[in-house]
Design a binder for this molecule. Sequence first.
Ligand SMILES: C[S@@+](CC[C@H](N)C(=O)[O-])C[C@H]1O[C@@H](n2cnc3c(N)ncnc32)[C@H](O)[C@@H]1O
Length: 180
Amino acid sequence: MSIKLSDTIPGYSNKNYPWDEIINELPMSGTLIEVGTACGLSAVTFAEKFEETGRDYTIHTIDHCVGIEIDGISYTRYQQLEYINQVVEAWDNISFTRCDFFKRYLEPPTVLFLDAAHTYQDTLNILRRMKKAEIILVDDYMPAWPGVMDAVDAFQKSTNKELTVFETAHDNIMSCAMFK
Ligand SMILES: C[S@@+](CC[C@H](N)C(=O)[O-])C[C@H]1O[C@@H](n2cnc3c(N)ncnc32)[C@H](O)[C@@H]1O
């Protein structure tokens, strides 16, 4: 089996993530905005899965890049940016902006993938700003992240959007909420 770029980038949304179930739910083409690039693992995995399934997407990922710890290893902002550069160089349909989400105006995309601060207020504020996205995916809708769960539940109550939760439990539990 050939090595993919996603095998070499550190990150959280690894092989145990419910990728295939999620990708199946997405339209065949559109734009995807990701808030929370980290080192680019989820962005490149979206690109690989979109290609595998014949989907045509433009992916824009943003992060303020202040350094990050993944699996007990600390990555400086410069290391993050080096990994992100590899991802952007490899895929013509991925672009990256280093910025704070709240300081930019971004047009709501076809798909929003939210994997940023995990606090109640930030999560709810981002969801409100992006409520016109056709599909909203919120990573880590699980008890370990009560801020994310509460914000997703509050958003669901206020919008009445349909909520689906994808879960995968292997060596660790991963979960993602989807609004359609
Ligand atoms: C959990 S990590 C993202 C993991 C990545 N999606 C992956 O699968 O490997 C969260 C990231 O969100 C970024 N972040 C948090 N709040 C942000 C904001 N307001 N604007 C931009 N980036 C933000 C952090 O810098 C961090 O890199």
